[in-house]
Design a protein around this ligand. Structure first.
Ligand SMILES: [Cu+2]
Length: 149
């Protein structure tokens, strides 16, 4: 009986981790109504297993200010995961990595880098871009470097 209970607990754990892998990671995305590349970035997140809660906003600069996105890091949409911001066209793998970085307030792909997730243009390559982290004491740190392709 005891053994069976333990098995049940173990399989519940297993099912939970499967659900995580299959994409029950919630992320909130704030964007302007008519932002096409924002919608494409949302599709990129969904394809990578995120559960996206989509928020259409009237005033994105107010949202960015509220979430602590430094203007120098600004892009179009602003997402929030585990209380940290994700600004712009950040690849999903970096969003996952951010969950383990408690030293950072958030990360950003500043500007609108051509070829980054959601910014792909048929027949065009990708320009180089960087993922910048904002530390809790207000410094920018390099988190990842994506070369031109
Ligand atoms: Cu964009």
């Amino acid at each position: 009986m005891k053994h069976r209970l333990r098995l049940a607990a173990l399989s519940a754990l297993f099912i939970t981790s499967l659900a995580q892998a299959a994409g029950s990671i919630d992320i909130d995305v704030h964007r302007d109504a008519n932002c096409g590349c924002c919608k494409k970035w949302i599709e990129h997140l969904q394809a990578n297993g995120f559960n996206v809660r989509d928020h259409v906003e009237a005033d994105m600069s107010a949202v960015k200010q509220r979430l602590g996105v430094a203007p120098r890091l600004g892009s179009c949409h602003t997402a929030v995961i585990d209380g940290k911001f994700v600004e712009g066209h950040v690849p999903a793998e970096q969003v996952l990595a951010l969950r383990k970085r408690d030293d950072l307030l958030g990360i950003a792909a500043p500007g609108m880098p051509m070829g980054s997730p959601g910014m792909e243009v048929d027949g065009m390559g990708a320009e180089a871009f960087q993922i910048i982290g904002l530390t809790r004491d207000g410094r920018d740190v390099l988190v990842a470097d994506y070369p031109a392709r």
